[in-house]
Design a protein around this ligand. Structure first.
Ligand code: SF4
Length: 745
């Protein structure tokens, strides 16, 4: 049979690589990088080609499961939706909207359904108990952008292709392929910086692969990134070379507050805490401030800490005071093709950003972006009283492995009155569900990177068609039907109701943008023009046509539209990042605000750390691996075969002192739990720091993960303490966890 070739974007991580997929006899024959992709130019990592194995995985759920007498059995889609209605509707009527919690996992950022249909489900549930993976790994970045720019979605990214100096903390893109920074072939882009005479400096307590590929590796004590970044900013101010640059004239406020706020953090004061001598700190500060194009990229290791928001804030402030914010080669904002178009002459600013509009019921943790910290989910389920969480809906999430103190959360999940999960696997979380609704495989749905075009190091647009037809309802239909059920419309309600609401909302937004290119147009006219498109493409068409590169429904001939995206299987290149600070600012002052009281208060909390002796015990950090994707791709033999990867990395000095030997097992104890893991002795670790990867621990009963169970590993979140959070963001402190080690008996 003749093979057909399909081109699509890989949906597995943030790098958005183009893939070339050869299909014959109804099966994938080969997957390789698409050399003509306008962004990735043929780059692919080992995970990219496993879309075939993922699609073919016999353990992947194809039909819904309902729990009957403690056993999950296959049922029809209609029976499954009827069961959801039977479980959730009376419970919600009896106990109120907050009795049903929602948890959205990381893969929602990688799907059209997650981007467009998550909101109607959230609105229909109307619950304060909204949780997501954001408070596991990225909320500090949102909050620092909220405080600085008034816009928690405006996260600047390093302009990798033009920078001459990249300072990278808590990031290992040679393993992760980038995070909150969309850059296919991140390794190649780093190599290109060095090849054009630039410099890459990696700061990490482990000599990671990214550190080995850099010009310089600085080993820092875990949990002290905020101190060190503040010290760098302090040194820049000290040297008298600070300044945001004339391009930000009139767009910065609170600069005068910085010297006093950063005064406690001299390079000398933080040196012992961070483990980096003052001379090195001053030298790096001078390199950043010497006029070259420089970017400061702080990522997950710095954000998943007790001062995560301050780390993110200080990284951006450092970029700003060295003149590198919103400048080519510095830190810049992408212009997503589905976002709002700029309005010439519109003054910068907006409604500002605040948190804490409500608090969690049990411990009063403040809301952030309408979410509560996932670390409080267990106590909200366990604690009796009005507003207790009695039911949980999860969408593409495995909080039983991804969130802190997960043994406690698993006990709580087992106590729920009802649980409904949208997931392709019967995993450690969904084994507690009463109903599991499996969306199509990645090859059975279309793709468009709503989330990552806003975090991209180059502006691009790429829509992918499904390779195979879906066996069941699309993910968007599943979410729409769930929304209708909890809204009381019944299991048989027509999802077109939700589609109509989404379309009307988008058309209204496009035509009501004051001074915008579609201002004053009739929303129904726009809807009529996209009505021929199927769902969800109808909504992509609406957004890109009214977006910054759009055809504005005929007003800009040749502009972006679904039609143009369909005709461009390798994507559309929209050019390098452009300065746009004034467009992204949503602070009430219309400026970048450096003196937000919440941040200044937290700087005082950080300064108090300097009054204490540097801790001298062993601490635990996480790590990434190129062949892992959090917890959910360990069921593919091709990715887990070979040497076990879930090992405890220990420095030789620590191993000798603690009696640990390479290949033997160690007991690791924290304040909340204990695991036993094989030891790997390596001088890659900083002495006093050990590392376990996350997402493992696949030995639970009642799952259907045959391959993963054979490579179970241990769950590092048995050790993470749910009570230690970054107070500004509610993010878990997954790094710098004090632990005790001993040889396993
Ligand atoms: S780097 Fe990410 S997007 Fe690219 S092939 Fe690998 S998993 Fe897919």
């Amino acid at each position: 049979m003749t093979a057909t070739v399909h081109h699509r974007t890989c949906p597995l991580c943030e790098a958005t690589c183009g893939l070339e997929i050869e299909v014959a006899d109804g099966a994938v024959r080969r997957i390789r990088g698409d050399r003509d992709d306008v962004f990735s130019h043929g780059f692919i990592c080992p995970k990219g080609s496993t879309l075939k194995q993922l699609h073919d995985d016999p353990d992947r759920l194809r039909r819904p499961l309902v729990r009957r007498d403690g056993v999950h059995v296959e049922v029809s889609w209609e029976d499954a939706f009827a069961e959801v209605e039977r479980l959730l509707v009376p419970l919600r009527e009896r106990h109120g909207a907050d009795s049903v919690a929602l948890y959205l996992g990381n893969p929602n950022a990688h799907t059209i359904a997650g981007a467009v249909f998550g909101r109607p489900l959230i609105q229909a549930l109307g619950t304060k108990n909204l949780y997501s993976a954001s408070t596991v790994d990225q909320m500090p970045r949102h909050v620092s952008s909220g405080f600085l720019y008034g816009n928690p979605g405006a996260m600047p990214v390093p302009d990798l292709d033009r920078t001459d100096y990249l300072l990278m903390l808590g990031a290992d893109p040679l393993e992760s392929n980038g995070s909150l920074c969309t850059a296919p072939d991140f390794p190649g882009r780093l190599a290109a910086i060095r090849a054009r005479g630039g410099r890459v400096v990696v700061v990490d307590p482990r000599r990671s692969r990214s550190a080995e590929a850099a010009d310089e590796h600085l080993s820092i004590r875990p949990g002290t990134d905020a101190l060190w970044l503040c010290a760098l900013a302090h040194a820049v101010l000290d040297a008298g070379t600070a300044g945001p640059g004339s391009h930000l004239d009139g767009l910065v406020s609170g600069l005068d507050a910085l010297p006093a706020a950063l005064a406690p953090f001299s390079p000398e004061a933080v040196a012992d805490h961070c483990g980096i001598d003052a001379g090195t700190t001053r030298r790096v500060a001078a390199e950043l401030a010497d006029g070259r194009r420089a970017a400061v990229y702080t990522r997950i290791g710095t954000h998943t800490a007790a001062f995560g928001t301050l780390s993110s804030w200080a990284g951006d402030v450092l970029t700003l005071v060295t003149g590198n914010l919103d400048r080519a080669g510095g830190m810049m904002w992408a212009t997503p093709c589905h976002g709002r178009p700029p309005v010439p002459g519109r003054p910068p600013g907006g409604r500002g950003f605040r948190t804490g509009r409500w608090g969690s019921r049990v411990s009063g943790r403040p809301e952030v972006r309408s979410e509560l910290p996932v670390a409080v989910l267990a106590e909200e389920i366990e604690t009796p009283g009005e507003g207790k969480v009695r039911a949980l809906v999860t969408v593409a999430g495995n909080p039983a492995r991804s969130t802190p103190d997960s043994a406690r959360l698993e006990r709580a999940l087992a106590d729920l009155d009802a649980m409904v999960s949208v997931d392709i696997y019967l995993n450690e979380t969904t084994r507690h569900a009463d109903v599991i609704l499996p969306p199509p495989s990645a090859l059975e749905k279309s793709h468009f990177d709503f989330a990552f075009y806003g975090l991209s190091v180059r502006n691009v647009a790429n829509w992918s068609a499904p390779v195979f037809p879906a066996e069941g309802p699309g993910e968007h239909e599943i979410l729409a039907r769930l929304a209708l059920i909890v809204a009381g419309q019944g299991a048989a309600a027509d999802p077109e109701v939700i589609y109509g609401l989404i379309g009307a909302q988008l058309a209204q937004q496009a035509t009501s943008q004051e001074g915008g290119p579609l201002a004053g147009r009739d929303p129904d006219e726009l809807l009529a023009e996209v009505a021929h498109e199927p769902v969800p493409e109808r909504f992509i068409d609406l957004m890109v046509r009214s977006g910054p590169y759009g055809d504005q429904f005929g007003a800009v001939p040749g502009g972006l539209s679904m039609e143009r995206l369909r005709a461009a299987p390798h994507g559309v290149d929209l050019g390098p990042l452009e300065p746009r600070a004034a467009e992204v600012l949503r602070t009430t002052s219309g400026t970048i605000e450096l003196d937000r009281p919440e941040v200044l208060d937290d700087l005082r909390r950080l300064a108090a750390v300097l009054d204490e002796e540097p801790a001298d015990g062993v601490v635990l950090v996480g790590r990434r691996h190129l062949r892992s994707n959090n917890s959910w791709m360990h069921n593919l033999e091709v990715l887990v075969k070979g040497r076990p990867r879930c090992t405890l990395l220990v420095h030789p000095e620590d191993a000798e002192r603690l009696g640990l030997t390479d290949g033997a097992e160690a007991v690791v104890r924290s304040a909340v739990g204990e695991v036993t893991a094989p030891v790997e002795v390596t001088d890659r670790m900083r002495p006093g720091v050990v590392s376990l990867p996350h997402g493992w621990g696949h030995d639970a009963s009642g799952t259907r993960l045959e391959v993963a169970a054979r490579h179970a590993g241990v769950n590092s979140n048995m050790l993470t303490d749910g009570s230690v959070l970054d107070p500004l963001s509610g993010n878990c402190a997954l790094n710098a966890i004090p632990v005790e080690l001993a040889p396993a008996p």
